[in-house]
Design a protein around this ligand. Structure first.
Ligand SMILES: Cc1cc2nc3c(=O)[nH]c(=O)nc-3n(C[C@H](O)[C@H](O)[C@H](O)COP(=O)(O)OP(=O)(O)OC[C@H]3O[C@@H](n4cnc5c(N)ncnc54)[C@H](O)[C@@H]3O)c2cc1C
Length: 428
């Protein structure tokens, strides 16, 4: 399938097409999926001198990586659950491990963009706003932690008045300003990284769904027109793949997220609503997220549907929240509205591990995958070159499989999320 029509595809820099696989090949590393996890892994392995082949069922960046909010923040999904599990272990300084992990993806992305000259509108600045006064204490605690790690210059607390000086909104009771975080054009990043991998000799195949995975001693990926024999296989299909069900079923659930962009705003209006072009999300469990694009549109997302079913009319669903946030945009036209599927894990800790000796996977970033995909691509590359430290930490995290069908899993997730939303509504 071609990429869906959205803001990202309409402003894509590089329209290069990679051919479908035709015939049999042999490589060191074979990757399933051409989203950020797949292409970042391709770069990591190719940079280390491995021969790499990547199969993408549709087009590079067709999935969540070409549809997301573009926010690269310090939010690491599952951080609290990670801390709880790590504190019980000997030999790992839980707080340090999780804190440093938060920022590793930022560094990898910045370096990669610089090294391969990827034009993807990187814009610094993120604001994590307090939706309720009750959220202030926990957010301020995060600021204190950041300062204890020497991030005084990058992270600061903004009062309600200071937030309202930056955003023309009646919402929020304060917020964390983070200058280390940023936002970017996720599809241009993904396609740019694919191009970087190809320049290093990686073979990329689009319109090439992997129909069968064979593990064991002679691992291979089987497609309708050819087979890739590999020493190691990386599964990077996230919420869209159905491979290795025996090992992975019941661990990851698809959540449909809506996203949209307005028509381009005048410079004055863009300045008025978001003076410093910050990426913003709020402190709710099911949150709204937004930012300006390089051509002055407001990109606004939210309205998560955890049932696994598509959102029927994204613009209609999201418009009340957008107008509630920025009343000045009440009459603004929506040019693009779309959905994408994120992989949600019950305890939110990303799923990283091995299905067998030669088949690895990284998936399930619970809506925070731009940085995480890059962190885990590096973790996988390090693991396969002998540094197992971080891989082992991830692979050892406990995850509960939800018994029964995938539908039952999503039903439970939907119920859990409905409960959180209901609680947040009651709390105002
Ligand atoms: C609307 C939305 C907003 C989001 N906003 C943010 C945000 O602001 N910040 C953030 O950090 N994260 C955000 N996320 C999450 C982030 O986009 C994802 O975590 C990340 O893109 C996952 O990358 P991935 O490569 O693992 O998966 P994907 O990008 O989904 O890629 C998986 C790819 O695998 C391919 N594939 C699947 N099965 C096969 C097969 N059998 N053979 C070959 N190919 C296959 C698919 O076609 C797909 O292209 C958002 C997600 C959504 C949906």
């Amino acid at each position: 399938m071609e990429r869906i029509s959205n803001y990202y595809t309409a402003t894509l820099n590089d329209t290069v097409e990679y051919p479908p696989l035709d015939g049999d090949i042999t490589v060191d590393i074979a990757i399933v999926g051409g989203g950020l996890t797949g292409v970042a892994s391709a770069v990591e392995f190719a940079e280390r001198g491995f021969s790499v082949a990547l199969c993408e069922a549709n087009r590079i960046g067709w999935g969540a990586s070409g549809r997301n909010g573009g926010q690269v923040t310090g939010s690491l999904s599952g951080d609290k659950a990670m801390l709880a599990q790590l504190r019980k272990k000997q030999g790992v300084d839980a707080e340090d491990f999780v804190w440093h992990l938060r920022w590793e993806g930022h560094n990898i992305i910045r370096e990669r963009i610089a090294r391969y000259d990827i034009a993807c509108d990187l814009t610094p600045g993120h604001l994590h706003t307090a939706w309720r006064t009750a959220d202030i204490a926990e957010l301020k605690q995060t600021v204190d932690t950041a300062h204890s790690y020497g991030m005084e210059d990058d992270v600061s607390w903004l009062t309600k008045e200071e937030v309202h000086d930056k955003l023309d909104t009646p919402l929020y009771h304060g917020g964390i300003l983070n200058k280390r975080s940023f936002h970017l054009h996720s599809l241009n990043l993904c396609v740019g990284e694919a191009c970087a991998a190809a320049s290093l000799g990686a073979q990329l195949f689009e319109q090439t769904p992997v129909v069968k995975l064979v593990g064991g001693r002679s691992p291979k990926l089987i497609t309708s027109n050819g087979t890739i024999h590999a020493k190691k296989i990386i599964l990077a299909g996230n919420a869209y793949h159905r491979l290795a069900r025996k090992q992975l079923k019941g661990l990851l659930f698809p959540a449909i997220l809506g996203n949209m962009t307005t028509e381009p705003l005048s410079d004055e209006l863009a300045q008025q609503i978001n003076k410093h072009n910050l990426a913003v999300y709020d402190s709710r469990m099911v949150l709204d997220y937004y930012r300006l694009t390089a051509d002055n549109r407001l990109m606004f997302g939210g309205g998560t549907n955890y049932s696994g079913r598509d959102i029927q009319d994204v613009a209609k669903t999201l418009m009340p929240a957008l107008v509630n946030t920025f009343p000045a945009l009440a009459n603004t036209k929506i040019d693009y509205a779309w959905t994408g599927t994120a992989g949600i894990v019950m305890n939110r800790i990303p799923l990283v591990g091995k299905c067998d000796r030669h088949v690895y996977y990284a998936q399930g970033y619970s809506g925070h995958g731009i940085a995480t995909s890059h962190i885990l691509a590096e973790v996988l590359a390090e693991a396969l070159t002998g540094t197992l430290e971080k891989f082992d930490v991830f692979a050892d995290f406990k995850h509960n499989k939800v018994p029964g069908t995938e539908w039952l899993g999503n039903g439970m997730l939907a119920l859990g999320m409905w409960y959180y939303q209901f609680k947040e509504k009651l709390a105002g």
